[in-house]
Design a protein around this ligand. Sequence first.
Ligand SMILES: NC(=O)C1=CN([C@@H]2O[C@H](COP(=O)(O)OP(=O)(O)OC[C@H]3O[C@@H](n4cnc5c(N)ncnc54)[C@H](OP(=O)(O)O)[C@@H]3O)[C@@H](O)[C@H]2O)C=CC1
Ligand SMILES: O=C(O)[C@@H]1CCC=N1
Length: 269
Amino acid sequence: MTEKVAVLGTGKIGEALLSGMIRGGWSPSDLLVTARRPERAEELRSRHGVEAVSNAEAAKSADTLILTVKPQDMGALLDELAPHIPADRLVISGAAGIPTSFFEARLAAGTPVVRVMTNTPALVDEAMSVISAGSHATEEHLAHTEAIFGGVGKTLRVPESQQDAATALSGSGPAYFYFLVEAMTDAGILLGLPRDKAHDLIVQAAIGAAVMLRDSDQHPVKLREAVTSPAGTTINAIRELESHGVRAALIAALEAARDRSRELASGNG
Ligand SMILES: NC(=O)C1=CN([C@@H]2O[C@H](COP(=O)(O)OP(=O)(O)OC[C@H]3O[C@@H](n4cnc5c(N)ncnc54)[C@H](OP(=O)(O)O)[C@@H]3O)[C@@H](O)[C@H]2O)C=CC1
Ligand SMILES: O=C(O)[C@@H]1CCC=N1
């Protein structure tokens, strides 16, 4: 018998994962989705050829349930699901902030729960999915979660105590890079470049830098030194970044994201 996986609350992250699973070889007939609005269910059916069912039906028939609603909606979803999920089913949460203990307190005793923080590059199979076991999740459950999320990028196991930090760095991480690209494109406009050319230059610089960070085996400081010529252009820019406190701003920004993840732990937002 083949395994069935259900994605419950299939929004941006749920659909990114679903599409990656299908690209990775999962048959749409082994996947179920749930949505709050009928038009969203129809959209998912027609785009991916998957069956859209109620939350209760998904809970009864799927072997693995992946919950991808907003943290603030998780309590209500669990209230709806709890009476229908047999205790041997694997429950994977994709929500920011919510600890595995939140799920364990609301589901049948012994239910294995795994917490995952992925990110939107799942859409291009370049996600990082950070994985932690709840108290009843075994090596087998973790390996199974890695197999699912490994289809949309890399995976990394961390103790659950590091999940809020991982959310700040990795879950939210792509947004910081988009923000920087947006700001640097504005700088290009100031310097007199047309917006489309400024965009292309910055995006290619970002891609080139990202590939070197991944593939060159060199520390970022070394990579930056190689760009920074004595009495050249780059050092002038770096001096401005330092004098405007960009490093401190980034540290404070990620600390704020970590704190928000902690606040979401109660599920009340
Ligand atoms: N966006 C991101 O970059 C990342 C998000 N996450 C986490 O993923 C989760 C989802 O985020 P995201 O995809 O951005 O949010 P979305 O709002 O796009 O997705 C959540 C979906 O859940 C649906 N939903 C809510 N309640 C129910 C319910 N009871 N039954 C069925 N469907 C329901 C919503 O329906 P409706 O459309 O009607 O609102 C929505 O489509 C969050 O917990 C977030 O913390 C994790 C990593 C990265
Ligand atoms: O902003 C958020 O809360 C979600 C979680 C990580 C990325 N997006």
